[in-house]
Design a protein around this ligand. Structure first.
Ligand code: HEC
Length: 386
């Protein structure tokens, strides 16, 4: 995955900016000062701070970090001046000096246009049913321009004022989900205001979120086929699971534990329970129940389809996945593969497994688990991830 030497301090800075803006919006909504747009609190300004620009322009990011430090110093000086029993005018005088001396970053890098939904979060939980619904809508409304595989080679693509982008690349990981939602529902324009991507206002919010889920799943599979890895981390599709006679629960309810998802069709031996992971057997739902496999079973054609899409394959039977404690898909085992190895990781750091404690030789699963635990996914939209 992409990494720069600066990522160590840059990621937290960008993360802070993001959380500060979300916090501000939450506060406005709590105070009743923010309207709503598409079901969630609306960002009231036409601009927002741009983490994605700062990640590209490390020089400006450094200026911003220094400016924030100087502002903190200025606030401290003001605070001290106010608290001192006798007035300390030199402290007050230092404030404008500090403000002038601060290396302010360029406003054009720091701010980007925002839309009311810029900070919206998807309400779907990456549900398999939502991914399937998105797939139907995509085939109906989007294929003509964006192509069956999302690479922008649909029959109408050449007739568009600009070529549709490659949705199978890193684009969807870079964009804020809420801004994708806005563009789907309200369309896109070029710099002269002429329409480029049509608006799909007739789709409701739920359908637009479903389309985003589908596009992400499809992009994951396409990039796996093309490069053998993902442009960004992919979450675990959610589905209902039955564990023997217990009441059904959602796959997402195991957050905090490691999971192994096994697509039915695997020989019994490979399905041996392992105490380090919760094993869930995925069944397509249309074949006769065989009673074989793990004690927890997800039987859903939508989930089967979602996992096939993410794996970029139509032959899913026998595929295994490892899911980390935070609900990210981390490793893919091909059908028939005898044992796990670190090559199965889908999202790797260039730093390698230096930080992970060594597992005993021959214990591929142990090595993968150690690495997943030692290197949790730190995902920022547009940010650096491993
Ligand atoms: C008539 C052709 C056409 C159709 C139909 C169409 N698009 Fe697009 N789409 C485009 C073009 C052209 C662009 C690039 C616009 C630009 O960059 O200004 C685009 C851009 C996008 C983007 C990138 C947005 C971004 O942030 O850069 C997404 C996502 C997208 N389309 C999704 C969809 C979905 C989902 C559908 C179906 C509901 C759809 N499109 C239907 C032509 C189309």
């Amino acid at each position: 995955m992409i990494r720069t030497p600066d990522a160590g301090w840059l990621d937290p800075l960008v993360g802070c900016l993001q959380r500060a803006q979300e916090g501000l919006l939450g506060l406005l909504a709590w105070a009743g000062l923010a309207g709503t747009s598409h079901g969630q609190a609306a960002w009231p300004w036409a601009l927002r701070l741009s983490g994605e620009h700062l990640l590209i322009d490390a020089g400006q990011a450094r200026r911003l970090a220094l400016t924030l430090l100087v502002l903190a110093l200025a606030a401290l000086a003001l605070g001290l001046a106010a608290l001192w029993r006798k007035p300390r005018w030199f402290l007050v005088a230092a404030v404008p000096l500090l403000l002038v001396a601060a290396p302010w970053p360029q406003a054009s890098v720091l701010f980007v246009p925002a839309v009311p939904t810029s900070f919206h979060r998807s309400p779907t939980g990456f549900d398999a049913v939502s991914i399937a619904r998105g797939g139907e809508l995509y085939a109906q409304h989007c294929v003509a321009c964006h192509g069956v595989d999302g690479r922008g080679q649909g029959p109408l693509a050449a007739a568009q004022p600009v070529w549709p982008p490659d949705l199978a690349g890193p684009l969807l990981w870079r964009r804020a989900d809420g801004e994708l939602l806005w563009r789907l529902l309200h369309g896109m324009q070029d710099r002269h205001g002429a329409a480029t991507m049509p608006a799909f206002a007739q789709l409701g919010d739920a359908d637009a979120w479903a389309l985003i889920d589908f596009m992400k799943a499809q992009a994951a599979g396409q990039s796996l086929r093309a490069t053998g890895a993902w442009a960004g981390p992919v979450g675990l599709p959610d589905v209902e699971v039955r564990c023997e006679a217990r009441p059904p629960r959602r796959l997402a309810s195991w957050r905090g534990q490691r999971l192994r998802i096994v697509a039915a069709g695997t020989p019994q031996a490979a399905l041996r329970e392992d105490p380090r992971v919760v094993t869930v057997l995925l069944r397509r739902g249309d074949e006769a129940a065989s009673g074989a496999g793990g004690e927890c079973v997800a039987e859903s054609s939508a989930a089967w389809h979602a996992f096939s899409l993410i794996a970029g394959t139509t032959a899913l039977a026998g595929t295994q996945w490892l899911v980390d404690r935070d609900g990210w898909l981390r490793a893919l085992g091909a059908p028939g593969q005898a044992a796990w190895s670190e090559d199965d990781l889908l999202c790797r750091t260039e730093a390698g497994s230096r930080s992970a404690p060594a597992a005993p030789p021959g214990d591929g699963l142990g090595a993968l688990i150690a690495r997943m635990d030692a290197e949790p996914v730190r995902f920022l939209k547009g940010g650096f991830v491993h």
